[in-house]
Design a protein around this ligand. Structure first.
Ligand code: ADP
Ligand code: ASP
Ligand code: MG
Length: 406
């Protein structure tokens, strides 16, 4: 008998008929003799609505109360699915994060899972009950609900699979696998049969939201076999696995984009040792994640312009921290531009092949797209460009790297 975790995203539980469809899928796995834990997201659009309501109440809502609100979407779907499973004659019950419990570090809005005590859940599953678990939520050291960041149900599912020692973690979504780039934007995107943990980690971390980054980190650490597949069709999906399980390796495995970037510029910062630390230290203390950074020293060497990117949700906090310290930091002006997108090319082939970055710059130049910021890592190149060029850049790069489906 195998133990499996099945996770269904927002679109897959988007209405009552779809939840009934999920119930039927779960039933099939139970009838095949498996012990099943199901992890669910909120119905599509619901979490966005809950976030919007919090932001209508306050510019910077209390993060604990924000979590109390945004975690509710999942409680609805787990209850509904448990009812649906019972209607099909199965034993099932819903579990909120705190009931299991799934314990987190308590950083509200972007908490990390620290431990899961699966004793009670395991016993119920062994007795034949389907466990229907709310994704996205955990309980922190303050005994309050904390959420795991947008897309966090993927992480709930993988963490649970690791804790349960599950044989498989199947992530059901609205596309039938992981593609070379977002198939909703590039119709010529190609489905991958397999992808390494490492490449998926990079793709996710630069915006391929098909899996939340932390879920891939966790899968890699605990060697969880993750499969991404469609909840609407019976087709093989994409397996995320170790490098040695992959026969054909590509130079470039994928292209991703993130619209969740705001470019922040501080002009005329006095250039002296320690200035970067004095700017990025307080931002880190305020839990603001800074991504791409460029520094431009003025000709006389006395001043520097600093440009970096933060996510849209962190912008308000970043502004508050920096403007509050303007007199000590000594910069002249803080400007921000939300109309940017980060486009990234990923591939383990970059370790051994030169010219991959050059191809990116050339391709964008040919399309007349200006690059505002560049950053690279061992297997990744990212550029920041104007948001209006997202589709054009993705399609051109996809073709240039020979990734288009036949
Ligand atoms: P769910 O609600 O099931 O968690 P998400 O919207 O979070 O679904 O993730 C699935 C979406 O990820 C797809 O609809 C697709 O637009 C997007 N996506 C981005 N990059 C990729 C990629 N490389 N392969 C597949 N899907 C991708
Ligand atoms: N409902 C949450 C979100 O929309 C978590 C998830 O779907 O994974 O971000
Ligand atoms: Mg998701």
């Amino acid at each position: 008998m195998a133990r499996i975790v099945m996770k269904f995203g927002g679109t897959s539980v988007g209405d009552i008929d779809r939840i009934k469809n999920v119930a039927n899928r779960v039933k099939r796995e139970v009838e095949a003799g498996n012990q099943v834990a199901v992890v669910l997201s909120a119905m599509s659009g619901v979490t966005n609505q809950l976030v919007a309501w919090c932001n209508q109440m306050a510019k910077l809502p209390d993060p604990r109360e924000y979590d109390t609100v945004v975690a509710t979407g999942e409680q609805v779907t787990i209850g509904l699915l448990a009812i649906g499973l019972q209607e099909l004659g199965l034993e099932a019950r819903s579990w909120c994060g705190w009931q299991i419990p799934i314990r987190s570090n308590g950083v509200h809005g972007k908490a990390r899972i620290e431990s899961i005590n699966t004793d009670r859940m395991s016993a119920a599953m062994a007795a034949g009950q389907v466990a229907v678990v709310a994704g996205f939520q955990a309980v922190g050291p303050d005994e309050r609900i904390s959420t795991l960041g947008r897309g966090g149900s993927d992480t709930s599912a993988v963490a649970l699979a690791a804790a349960l020692g599950a044989d498989r973690c199947d992530i059901y979504t609205d596309v039938d696998g992981i593609y070379t780039t977002d198939p909703r934007i590039v119709t010529k995107a190609r489905k991958l049969q397999r992808i390494t943990y490492e490449e998926m980690l990079e793709l996710a971390s630069v915006g391929a939201k098909v899996l939340q980054t932390r879920s891939v980190e966790m899968a890699m650490k605990h060697r969880v076999r993750v499969q991404v597949l469609s909840s609407f069709e019976d087709k093989p999906g994409t397996l995320v696995c170790d490098e040695d399980e992959i026969v054909e390796k590509e130079l470039v495995s994928g292209i991703a984009y993130s619209r969740d970037e705001t470019k922040v510029t501080l002009t005329r910062v006095p250039d002296r040792p320690g200035v970067a630390a004095s700017i990025f230290g307080p931002l880190a203390d305020a839990s603001v994640n800074v991504d791409m950074i460029v520094q431009n020293v003025s000709e006389d060497g006395r001043f520097t312009d600093l440009t970096f990117t933060v996510s849209h949700t962190d912008l308000e906090r970043a502004r508050e921290v920096l403007n509050g310290a303007q007199s000590t930091l000594g910069f002249e002006r803080l400007t921000d531009d939300p109309d940017v997108v980060k486009v990234s090319v990923i591939g383990v082939g970059m370790r051994s092949h030169a010219g991959i970055a050059q191809k990116m710059f050339q391709t964008l130049a040919l399309e007349g797209i200006n690059i505002q910021v560049i950053s690279t890592s061992e297997i990744k190149i990212s550029v920041l460009i104007a948001e209006k060029y997202t589709e054009l850049a993705l399609r051109a790069l996809h073709t240039a790297y020979g990734l288009d489906a036949a």
